[in-house]
Write a protein that binds this ligand. Structure first.
Ligand SMILES: O=C1O[C@H](COP(=O)(O)O)[C@@H](O)[C@H](O)[C@H]1O
Length: 241
């Protein structure tokens, strides 16, 4: 399903309501809510809204486990840190216990080893099924999502849940959930804002299948659903909406 709005702020409100609903449903069903956050600029509005009373008060934060879909391998106080941004905009403003927060970056360990360690945390909290209740994803203007970048070997990964690797094109290590794990989620929400994403969005949703060039094409939940929240600028090349 795709929802297109002129104003991306409106989509922040849609996403906040959706987050609250997913949290309530999961907590009612099994007593906890496992969510993977995204980084970049797109979720900033959502995180700010979730920290506001009207949304914050509707979530039982004690029962929320916060993971990430991907991370740039930098400390949390680095301006590039996805987790750092989420702390600043959301996590430090809501009563989620620190023990329920699982940043991907850690000191004194390689990204590759950290990916294995992170898999352990996921198995403990999600069980062997590996089903997230909600995964938030942004999409870059090259069609990447999480740290699934065009032409990278991680796109071929079938077994691992989490991968750490050096992303040559950006000269930085990345750590990311793999596509098979993402696709086990109950619900996946993409945020795509801005005219610079219009071409990639068209290719992902309406172009020929070529996931090694447009990795977001790999996202197709096995038993869940994917929702696209897109502003008009990003949607301007789409025909079928
Ligand atoms: O590098 C990344 O970029 C994507 C897209 O970011 P945006 O600024 O275009 O929203 C993001 O989803 C991902 O988490 C991040 O590591």
């Amino acid at each position: 399903m795709i929802q297109i709005e002129k104003d991306p702020a409106k989509l922040g409100e849609v996403a906040a309501a959706l987050f609250v609903d997913a949290a309530k449903a999961a907590i009612q069903e099994k007593g906890k809510f496992n969510v993977a956050l995204t980084g970049g600029s797109s979720p900033v509005k959502l995180y700010g809204l979730l920290a506001e009373e009207q949304f914050k008060s509707q979530v039982d934060w004690d029962k929320v486990n916060v993971f990430w879909g991907d991370e740039r391998w930098v400390p949390l106080d680095n301006e590039q840190s996805n987790a750092g941004m989420a702390y600043e905009t959301l996590l430090k403003n809501v009563p989620v216990p620190e023990k329920n927060i699982f940043p991907m970056w850690a000191t004194g360990i390689t990204p590759e080893a950290r990916a294995q360690e992170y898999t352990g945390y996921l198995k403990k909290e999600l069980g062997e099924s590996g089903v997230f209740d909600l995964i938030l994803l942004g999409m870059g203007d090259d069609g990447h999502c999480a740290s699934l970048f065009p032409g990278t070997a991680v796109l071929n990964e079938q077994e691992k849940w989490v991968e750490g690797y050096f992303l040559k094109s950006k000269d930085i290590h990345r750590i990311t959930l793999t596509a098979p794990l993402i696709n086990r989620a109950k619900k996946i929400v993409f945020f795509v804002f801005g005219e610079n994403k219009a071409n990639a969005l068209y290719e992902v949703l309406e172009g020929e299948r070529n996931p090694s060039l447009y990795p977001s094409q790999m996202i197709a939940p096995v038993n869940g659903e994917v929702q696209w929240l897109v502003d008009e600028a990003a949607a301007n090349r789409l025909n079928n909406n």
